[in-house]
Design a binder for this molecule. Structure first.
Ligand code: C2E
Ligand code: CA
Ligand code: CA
Ligand code: CA
Length: 279
């Protein structure tokens, strides 16, 4: 009878109350997720379009929640940012991704870059650069293999401090990418001032590239802009051969997307590498 009562209550309160208590529950679970080792990383290959070889991977975090199963980052990263958990989670991602890529160097002789998503809050912390330095030291990974992915909005919030952080990272040899390029609210003027290596063309411009002439105009312009500024350019969300051909014709440097591979756990990534070698 007790159980029944609970069910009835849940049906009648299928409204904001439920949403709110669900959120509180998720919040409580997120607070203990790190110590319970519930986070893990998937790695998505990034392909050099000239050589057709894997030149890097992007590290993408997932949360193995005991009740909900695997939770995607879009569902918990915003919450983690709100409740002040993004720093410890971000630290874990940075450390784990660098350690993994260093292990692949040691064990497989595979020397590839790792793209690590950095939330604006993390990037703005005064101790961010020293955290990166410490991880590089602890893992022994050379800085040129680390590619920090930051959105335009993330760079705009305090631009004087931002500039200093970027220069300090650059002085170590760490790479900087602008994630979701073209979707932020900023002007282009920061491109002149900020020491950036790569523009990542957002997948919203890539998805319908073959049918949509506006997307074609945007993508070709971003590629020209990048090349004229001596920047590297990578297209995200590449799902078809037609899109690969288009990007090839327009001299895009790199690509990433489900066509080549979805994000993989380290074991599956290693199998994927072996299969590639046999071809
Ligand atoms: P993002 O940085 O733009 O990452 C690309 C997203 O697109 C990933 O989703 C990836 O799985 C997905 N994707 C890759 N190729 C394709 C494709 O061909 N088609 C489609 N439709 N999607 C593709 P995911 O892993 O769910 O990550 C979503 C977002 O969560 C990321 O967007 C990033 O903003 C954030 N995120 C992921 N990991 C981290 C992290 O460690 N730290 C922080 N701060 N944010 C993260
Ligand atoms: Ca990214
Ligand atoms: Ca992106
Ligand atoms: Ca995104």
């Amino acid at each position: 009878a007790k159980e029944r009562g609970k069910d009835t209550y849940q049906i009648f309160s299928e409204n904001m109350n439920t949403a709110y208590s669900e959120r509180l529950k998720m919040e409580a679970q997120l607070r203990i997720a790190l110590e319970k080792n519930q986070f893990f990383l998937h790695y998505q290959p990034q392909i050099d379009m000239k050589t057709n070889k894997i030149i890097g991977v992007e590290a993408l975090v997932r949360w193995n929640n005991p009740e909900l199963g695997i939770v995607a980052p879009n569902e918990f990263i915003p919450l983690a940012e709100e409740i002040g958990l993004i720093d410890p989670i971000g630290d874990w991602v940075l450390k784990t991704a660098c350690q993994q890529v260093k292990n692949w160097q040691n064990e497989l002789g595979l020397y590839i870059r790792v793209g690590i998503n950095i939330s604006p809050k993390q990037f703005q912390r005064p101790d961010f650069v020293s955290k990166v330095e410490r991880v590089l030291q602890e893992t022994g990974l050379a800085p040129k293999y680390v590619d920090l992915e930051i959105t335009e909005n993330g760079l705009m919030q305090n631009s004087a401090d931002c500039l200093q952080t970027l220069y300090r990272l650059k002085s170590h040899g760490v790479k900087i990418s602008i994630d979701d390029f073209g979707t932020g609210y900023s002007s282009l003027s920061y491109l002149k001032r900020f020491p950036i290596d790569t523009l990542k063309i957002d997948q919203s411009f890539v998805r319908d590239l073959i049918e949509d002439t506006n997307d074609q105009a945007i993508v070709t312009s971003i590629i020209s802009l990048a090349h004229n500024m001596k920047l590297n350019v990578i297209a995200e969300g590449v799902e078809t051969v037609e899109i690969v051909n288009f990007l090839n014709r327009h001299k895009c440097d790199e690509m990433q997307g489900y066509l080549y591979s979805k994000p993989l756990n380290p074991h599956d990534f290693e199998s994927f590498l072996k299969k590639m070698k046999q071809q």
